[in-house]
Unconditional design. Structure first.
Length: 112
């Protein structure tokens, strides 16, 4: 089982859970940029646009001027990370931890 999260990373899990619950989406995600700003998003599943929640959160960060990420979290029922989600985070940081939590907010896995 992963080690306990610090307060800032726990906040990401809470924001990701909230984004998922608010929209009823498959996943919720949140990222923190290198300036400490956070961005949350849910899965986007439209006929013309499909994004994982983490891709959407990274897109929100980049469109707001973020140049790097400190950490990311995704909450959902899937028992694995989606490859596209991890790639979106790694485009901005090869060291940011990526937390995968279940719908209850319990971290199941951490990619470093």
């Amino acid at each position: 089982m992963p080690e306990p999260l610090d307060a800032e990373d726990e906040k990401l899990v809470i924001l990701a859970r909230s984004a998922r619950a608010r929209t009823g989406a498959e996943e919720g995600a949140a990222v923190r940029d290198t300036d400490g700003r956070t961005y949350a998003a849910a899965t986007v599943d439209l006929p013309s646009l499909k994004l994982t929640a983490l891709q959407a959160a990274v897109a929100a960060a980049v469109s707001s001027g973020a140049e790097g990420l400190e950490a990311a979290a995704v909450v959902g029922a899937e028992p694995v990370f989606r490859e596209a989600s991890v790639h979106a985070v790694r485009d901005l940081s090869d060291r940011a931890p990526v937390y995968r939590a279940d719908p209850g907010g319990t971290v199941q896995e951490v990619l470093r």
